[in-house]
Design a protein around this ligand. Structure first.
Ligand SMILES: NC(=O)c1ccc[n+]([C@@H]2O[C@H](COP(=O)([O-])OP(=O)(O)OC[C@H]3O[C@@H](n4cnc5c(N)ncnc54)[C@H](OP(=O)(O)O)[C@@H]3O)[C@@H](O)[C@H]2O)c1
Length: 295
């Protein structure tokens, strides 16, 4: 039995999909308020709980062999990115879990001290490595599904928004590839006790993305490019009103102000460990939204 946290999230729901396609039993940790119908239809066992409640974590882990921690934090980094994962690791040890897969983030080791999410991820990584559990830590770049709403707007209007430096590079990863990698990590020998950067096959500048969309949807891009300091203004005024929102915007600022890409060598290594070819952003968007170039 697998336990997947964040099972209704972008990568979590794809992880459940991959598992159920292979008819592997999976317990999906969801909130009562979540939209978990799809998981139920796929035959996942639904566990309703809250990751901020230790007892829920303890119960969810009964009879579990593999854990995939794929939840996000709704800007409560301490309780969710940090505490919930520490609790998951401790209870996994008690329950003799065979392998713990942790979705971290590319750049977790760079010491972005201003972002609680990055700090929490790094501390959890260190705790997991020292725990004695068998583990795989995946450090993904930005997920390709984040681009889908932007791509839809582009398809309908030609408008593409780039906040900050258009030359900043990333290795946007197919969220479907990441899900497959997370599942395969428990059986692939080369993934055992490894920390692996996970990205797509291309290092993309932000300004490359509207070019890709332009090719897919056959329309000229209208790029809107506000500078990053506008976000700084918003961050300081909203941060005064709501500290959690301010914290979330600080992480967004870290993501927009820095580069998050994998080297070619890292991708080659990943592809060889998991015996797969990473999907390009163009293929991902084309698959989800179709394109006028499809024939
Ligand atoms: N998105 C990216 O580009 C990206 C890039 C690198 C790393 N990551 C990391 O990858 C992981 C997954 O990201 P994602 O984008 O797939 O997340 P997401 O779509 O934002 O989903 C977050 C998930 O966490 C669940 N969750 C939040 N609070 C919870 C609570 N108190 N109890 C139980 N479940 C709770 C949510 O449930 P509800 O459905 O109830 O809200 C949802 O299933 C995160 O750790 C994130 O930091 C993301």
């Amino acid at each position: 039995m697998f336990l997947v946290t964040g099972a209704t999230g972008s990568v979590g729901r794809r992880i459940v999909r991959v598992l159920r396609e292979q008819i592997i039993p999976v317990r999906a940790f969801v909130r009562l308020s979540s939209n978990y119908e799809e998981l139920e239809h796929r035959g996942a066992e639904i566990f309703i709980g809250d990751l901020r409640v230790d007892k829920d974590i303890e119960k969810a882990l009964q009879g579990v062999r593999y854990v995939i921690s794929a939840h996000g934090s709704d800007s409560d980094a301490f309780k969710l990115d940090y505490r919930a994962n520490i609790e998951l690791i401790d209870r996994s040890l008690e329950n003799n879990v065979e392998h713990f897969v942790y979705i971290s983030v590319l750049g977790a080791d760079r010491g972005y001290r201003e972002s609680s999410v990055f700090k929490a991820k790094r501390e959890v990584e260190k705790y997991l490595v020292a725990s004695g559990l068998k583990y795989t830590i995946l450090r993904p770049s930005g997920f390709a599904n984040n681009i889908l709403p932007l791509a839809e707007r582009f398809r309908d209007s030609g408008i593409y928004l780039i906040i900050g430096d258009p030359k900043n590079r990333s290795s946007i990863v197919s969220t479907d590839d990441l899900a497959k990698i997370a599942v395969d990590s428990v059986k692939v020998e080369g993934a055992k006790n490894k920390i692996l950067p996970v990205g797509g096959p291309d290092i993309l500048k932000r300004e490359d993305i509207p070019r890709i969309l332009s090719r897919l949807f056959k329309r000229e891009p209208i790029i809107i490019n506000p500078p990053l300091f506008l976000l700084d203004g918003l961050r300081s005024s909203l941060g005064l009103l709501n500290s959690e929102l301010g914290e979330g915007l600080t992480t967004l600022r870290t993501l927009l102000g820095n580069e998050f890409f994998c080297t070619k060598e890292e991708i080659t290594n990943l592809e060889s460990i998991y015996e797969m070819k990473m999907e390009s952003l163009e293929s991902f968007v084309g698959r989800y939204l179709g394109s006028s170039s499809e024939g």
